[in-house]
Every structure is written in structure tokens, then in C-alpha cells.
Design a protein around this ligand. Sequence first.
Ligand code: NAP
Length: 267
Amino acid sequence: MKFAVIGNPISHSLSPLMHHENFKALKLNAQYEALNIPPEHFHHIRDIIQAHALDGFNVTIPHKERIIPYLDALSPEAEAIGAVNTVVVSDNQWVGHNTDGIGFVKGLEQRYGNLDNARILIIGAGGASKGIAYTLTQKARYPIAVVNRTMSRFDDWQFDIEKHHLSELEQIAGQFDIIINTTPVGMNNVEESVGVLNALKEDVWVCDIIYIPAQTAFLKQAADQGYQTYNGLDMFVYQGAESFRIWTGQEANIEAMRQIVEHRLYQ
Ligand code: NAP
């Protein structure tokens, strides 16, 4: 079996390392490569994938929306989210899926437990937020609240959420059991936080989907106040595991995948 991730740039991607470790753990004879595809070459995508004889591929920045017109079908999640990170290739038929949201939610459930009764607030309304929010709306009993800087970002959201402006964050944050930063604020060791969180519920979980650095300024501020924190590494691992399951029908070795990525990033 042959798989790949397409993106631009792509040389930094940890997906090949993570998937190879899974193949090794499962004793599978499979390959996974990183293909750099600049936007100006994207119209050749079907020929490129065919030339590499892939059985499936992941799609990352900046192609998650651009891929859609080239697909033969979309899963209901990918349709609702309007972005694709996983494509299954079978008999030259391409079906697009989105595993980012389920990746975050599965990872969180493993640590937090059942999310049915949790009140959840998401900060940011970009592609990752939309996937997570959509997945959570299928699970949680309470409406999912989302705050964003630009309210027009919600215009094409076709599922029900509670929308707020980012300026309301401090005022409403104390109502939630789980708060998730999905903005890129704090990536690459920037000492900047998307907001200040005070007077939260005592047992709140403060999450960030960033995993480089392992602890963003947003998470550090929460940890310093004694709150439980959770970063984006599991999301990366579980989105990959879900892609693998969609391609092969097999469960991935999550621990093997997590360990190799943790080792590369944090040791
Ligand atoms: P995106 O589509 O560009 O969305 C970015 C969101 O962040 C928008 O809502 C934007 O608000 C908001 N934002 C950006 N800068 C901000 C600022 N200075 N203050 C307040 N809000 C700001 O990005 P994405 O694809 O969703 O990715 C978001 C982050 O998630 C990135 O850091 C990415 O690396 C990470 N990610 C992690 C995983 C994982 O596996 N762990 C997977 C996917 C993405 P406006 O609408 O107002 O512009």
C-alpha cells in the first residue's frame, strides 16, 4: 500500500515519520511519503497522484479546500466542514474525508472521559475550529460556543453553534468545562496569548490545538493558575490514526505513533 501527504511547504511534516512507525508496529508493508505541491501545479493533482500509484493521501495547508473540486464524493463530515484532510483512492474514484475534528475529539475523550455533559467553548473559527465544532455538535448535549475576532467567518457554518465575539471571552469563560484555543496565536514560541482567562470553573480543562511549542503562553497561563491543560499533540496523532482506519479498515497503533512524534518534538 502507498500513501502520502500533500502540502506546500511539506518538508517539516511529521506525518511520514508517524505513519511509518505505525506500519512498523503493525508489521505492514506500506509506504508514506511527503509530496510538495505548490498551488500553481495543483491542477495536475490527479495525474501526480496517479503517477505515485497512491491508495490514499492526506491533505494539509494550503490545499484542504482546494482539493474539493477534484473529488468524486465527500463524506458527510467533509461536506459540513467544507475541508478535506484525507482522500481515499479506489478504482480512480476519490472520496474526501475530514479527520481533524474527530482526531481532536477522540484524543480528548481518552483523557477527559465522556463529553456528553460538558459545556464547551472554542476560541477561533478557522478550518480546525469548524471541524472540532462540527464533531462536538454531534456529541455534546449543550450547544457548542465559539468566539471569534471576525464574525463574518461564521457565515458559511451550516450547523448550530452559539456565536460570540472574541471580546466576550473573558466575560463568558467561567461558564465552561472545556475551553479550546484553535487560533494560531502562540505558535512557534510566541509569548502571546489569545486571551486572559480568570475565574474559570475549578475543574475546567484548558486546551490548545497547537503542539509546537508543547505549552503555549495560553496553556502556561492556565497551568500557572492550577487548571488542567491539554495540548494539540493527540489531535495530530488521532487524525492520522483515523485516516489510516479509513484507508485500511484497521486500527492504528496509537501509542507507537504518539511516542515517535513526542520523541522527535520534545526530547
Ligand atoms: P485558519 O483557518 O487560518 O483559522 C485561524 C483562526 O484563528 C481564525 O478564526 C482567526 O480569526 C483566528 N486568529 C488568527 N490570528 C488571531 C489573532 N491574532 N487573534 C485572534 N484570533 C486570531 O487556521 P486553522 O487551519 O484552523 O489552524 C489553526 C491552528 O491550528 C494552527 O496553529 C494550526 O497549526 C493548528 N492545527 C493543529 C492541528 C493538530 O493536529 N494539532 C490540526 C490543524 C490545525 P479571524 O477569523 O478573525 O481571522
